[in-house]
Design a protein around this ligand. Structure first.
Ligand code: GLY
Ligand code: MN
Ligand code: MN
Length: 457
């Protein structure tokens, strides 16, 4: 937990930004796997963690902006709870650690809400909270997202987007645990093993350093499938293994790193060409990071480097800027360059991607690739973002575009045939925007061909 002062100041900033009304922050419940007492790993809601710090189920909190009153609602542990899960501090003791001096039974919350003239709430993403809010506020479940408070959403986004020095310490710790996960994968990857053997080694490192996973591990010899969670393939010589995995540290901050490594000890020349192109995209993008530049510009810069490289390889030909405008690069990198990261791996995505990464005047594109860009607006000192370019050969997408005669004037479909079973490469790091540029968070993780091969030998 951070200091009492941190939580008090965070709530005071929120109160000033929201101005009036009652702010409701819902905690998360346990989520059953197959019956009530057999649950998935518990994860508290990130807004609750940010403002109230307590990582326990069945809590909700209100901040009355007009009176200044702050209450955490929850029920004390019964003797039965204590017998099964052990003794716990009282709710009042927990609340004092985050500077809240009033607690009430959970059942009292609905009465409080019923009396309020205006309730600000965030869009609920868990079904229990949807049902509760719907009942308490008499709003149909389907309308809850639309009725969520834009004032509250904007206030939270403005606040959580700028990471404090103590949050950066946590994020660096998460990246450093993530680094151990990636080093383990680099050491363990070997032809003949099943992907899940490496997945086990990656997960073990997160646990060994007191963390957990920030998101399900993507580790696959089929890296062309962007979020590939199937881990049953036997790895074979000559394939690439794409490892996109990140730790959540004990304070619940996330790391999100991708490395792509050869299953054989060394990259083939063909793999090196593609790998070095992605590396060049990533380094160009990282070097461009500074306050004031829009992340959409950085995304397009990386895509320009991609098209130049593909042109040199003879996979596309034509005027680079025209191809960039038309969206030829979507075939090769059908995702965005990156996203905000913090307590969530895609930070604050529950509040709405466009609130986090867009603003009036920067509209979301419908073009393949650009439409998945989660962060497009101007970068500011204190933002932490991922930089994750990739280059993929997706046979199904290639076939579709070819059948549609899409961009036949630019794309050399015949030359692409030689890459049908190549897979994909992605390289991802987490970067803090500083007043005069950027800082790549965490200790360096092998990234150049030479660095990766040195670890694989
Ligand atoms: N790990 C998911 C992502 O890179 O966005
Ligand atoms: Mn990732
Ligand atoms: Mn990412």
């Amino acid at each position: 937990m951070f200091s009492i002062q941190t939580y008090i100041e965070r709530r005071n900033t929120l109160k000033r930004a929201v101005g009036s009304g009652l702010i409701l922050i819902m905690g998360n419940e346990e989520a059953p796997m197959n019956y009530t007492d057999n649950t998935y790993r518990y994860r508290q809601d990130s807004n609750f963690l940010y403002y109230f710090g307590i990582s326990l189920p069945n809590l909700a909190a209100i901040v009355d902006v007009d009176s200044g009153e702050e209450i955490i609602f929850g029920d004390e542990f019964t003797m039965d709870d204590i017998i099964w899960v052990g003794p716990q501090p009282t709710l009042a003791e927990q609340a004092r650690k985050v500077g809240v001096y009033r607690t009430e039974p959970y059942g009292k919350l609905s009465e409080k809400l019923a009396k309020a003239a205006q309730v600000h709430f965030t869009p609920p993403y868990r079904y229990e909270n949807k049902f509760k809010l719907s009942q308490w506020l008499a709003i149909p479940v389907a309308q809850l997202k639309a009725k969520a408070s834009e004032t509250l959403i904007k206030a939270i986004v403005a606040q959580r987007s700028i990471k404090s020095a103590e949050e950066i310490v946590q994020l660096e710790e998460a990246v450093n645990i993530t680094r151990e996960m990636h080093l383990a994968a680099m050491r363990e990857t070997q032809a003949g093993k099943k992907e899940y053997e490496i997945v086990a080694a990656i997960h073990a490192k997160a646990l060994e350093f007191g963390g957990e996973l920030a998101y399900p591990i993507i580790y696959s010899i089929n890296g062309q499938t962007l979020h590939n969670h199937y881990h049953g393939n036997v790895m074979t010589e000559g394939k690439l293994a794409l490892n996109d995995s990140g730790a959540e540290n004990s304070m619940h901050y996330a790391g999100d790193i991708t490395r792509t490594i050869p299953v054989s000890k060394k990259f083939t020349d063909k793999q090196k060409e593609i790998y070095n192109l992605v590396l060049q995209m990533q380094l160009s993008a990282i070097n461009a990071l500074k306050p004031g530049i829009t992340y959409k510009e950085v995304h397009l810069l990386a895509n320009k480097v991609l098209l130049q490289g593909l042109s040199e390889l003879g996979l596309v030909n034509g005027d680079i800027d025209t191809m960039l405008t038309e969206g030829v690069q979507g075939l090769f990198m059908p995702h965005g360059l990156g996203h905000a990261i913090g307590l969530d791996v895609h930070d604050m995505e529950d509040l709405g991607e466009n609130y986090v990464g867009y603003r009036e005047g920067i509209d979301r594109s419908t073009q393949l690739g650009l439409k998945s860009l989660r962060m497009a607006k101007e970068l500011e000192a204190g933002h932490v973002i991922t930089v994750e370019p990739g280059l993929y050969f997706i046979p199904e997408l290639i076939d579709k575009w070819k059948a549609e005669n899409k961009f036949t004037n630019f794309i050399n479909y015949q030359a692409l045939d030689k890459y049908r079973d190549f897979g994909g490469v992605r390289i991802e790091d987490n970067c803090l925007i500083t007043p005069d540029g950027y800082q790549v968070l965490g200790k360096p993780i092998p990234k150049t061909v030479e660095e990766v091969e040195a670890l694989r030998s």
